[in-house]
Write a protein that binds this ligand. Structure first.
Ligand code: FAD
Length: 310
């Protein structure tokens, strides 16, 4: 089924992996094999690969750093597209504006902003995603998020059409963007920052990363906050109040350090994590009346659900 696209991708200089374990590509370190995994380094290759995908009606998923992703134990029936190379550039387009390739890490963008005495990205220091993944998720922390700095996003749709969408049309809301509604692949984002003092920017970044180290279970594989923040409350606070810190199903565990995080305490499966997510949702709802909505993206969930019914 994938022979043609595999050959084509190799000819284009892409890296190609068959039955690639997704546990290697998620910060949770969980996930079965993806049928095909293609790493694409430039725009020409991406266009040709997308054309081949469209012509053969193949299933695909765009991967960033996998830091907000839980992949089924049964893996993904389709093609994982991972951008790199030319898609990782970060450059200054005017005094206060940066253009960041979608596969550039947020860390790279933050360091670039710091070097150029530009303030506004400090909140993202310590969020372990790509600029594309951050735009998709409208990632945020410490009172700011991507929607407050993004001016526009360039993306390509599955028919190969490139669009430049202005912020007002990106439908940003809490951990959501217009990209939830379409299959576009984000190519780059432009962010507007403000001139700042290098030492102040640096110390702000330092403060944020220190807070993360203090509060987050960074010594275990995880995917950040599993649940969205409910209105006027915090998921972690509610989960802790329900006595669920340390609650374990299989090798998935509600973190003892931060109850909003579920950690992989050692070879956890996707099923362990999804069972624990459901347990936490039910328990918190029964005890507090608040339904905790998932923030983490689950890939191949249907495969998992089918297997559970069997
Ligand atoms: C320790 C830790 C701390 C975290 N802290 C925070 C935090 O403070 N705030 C916060 O918001 N999040 C946080 N996260 C979650 C995560 O880092 C963010 O959601 C991040 O933006 C995800 O980026 P990614 O590149 O890893 O995307 P992935 O997890 O790879 O993908 C997430 C979604 O984005 C889509 N996507 C990725 N790249 C593209 C692209 N180029 N085009 C189209 N779609 C794309 C994917 O298809 C998927 O649907 C944390 C995670 C961890 C592990």
């Amino acid at each position: 089924m994938y022979n043609n696209i595999k050959r084509l991708a190799l000819k284009l200089g892409c890296k190609v992996f068959i039955d690639e374990p997704m546990s290697k590509h998620t910060t949770f370190k969980i996930g079965g094999p993806a049928d095909l995994f293609i790493k694409i380094f430039n725009m020409d290759s991406l266009r040709i690969i997308l054309e081949e995908i469209a012509n053969n009606n193949l299933n695909y998923f765009v991967l960033g750093k996998g830091s907000n992703l839980l992949v089924s134990d049964f893996g993904f029936r389709g093609i994982i597209l991972k951008l790199g190379g030319n898609f990782s550039a970060v450059k200054k387009t005017d005094d206060t504006k940066l253009q960041c390739g979608s596969s550039a890490s947020l860390a790279k963008a933050c360091v670039f902003a710091l070097k150029n005495n530009l303030s506004g990205l400090e909140f993202a220091w310590g969020i372990p995603g790509t600029c594309g993944g951050a735009a998709y998720m409208n990632a945020g922390a410490y009172g700011s998020d991507m929607s407050s700095i993004i001016t526009n996003c360039v993306s390509i749709d599955k028919k190969g059409r490139v669009k430049n969408t202005k912020a007002k049309d990106l439908k940003f809301s809490y951990r959501k963007s217009v990209f939830f509604e379409n299959d576009d692949i984000i190519l780059d984002i432009s962010v507007k920052l403000v001139p700042g003092d290098k030492d102040k920017i640096k110390s702000q970044m330092h403060e944020y990363i220190s807070r993360r180290k203090l509060k987050q279970p960074l010594d275990f594989p995880n995917a950040g906050s599993v649940f969205k923040r409910p209105q006027n409350n915090y998921a972690g606070t509610l989960i802790e109040k329900c006595g669920l810190k340390g609650k374990r199903i299989g090798n998935a565990m509600v973190s003892n350090k931060h109850a909003g995080f579920i950690v992989n305490a050692g070879n956890a499966t996707c099923k362990d994590v999804t069972d624990l997510i459901k347990f936490v949702q039910n328990d918190v709802f029964n005890k507090t009346g608040v339904f905790l909505e998932k923030e983490v993206i689950i890939l191949g969930e249907k495969i998992w659900a089918m297997s559970q019914n069997n």
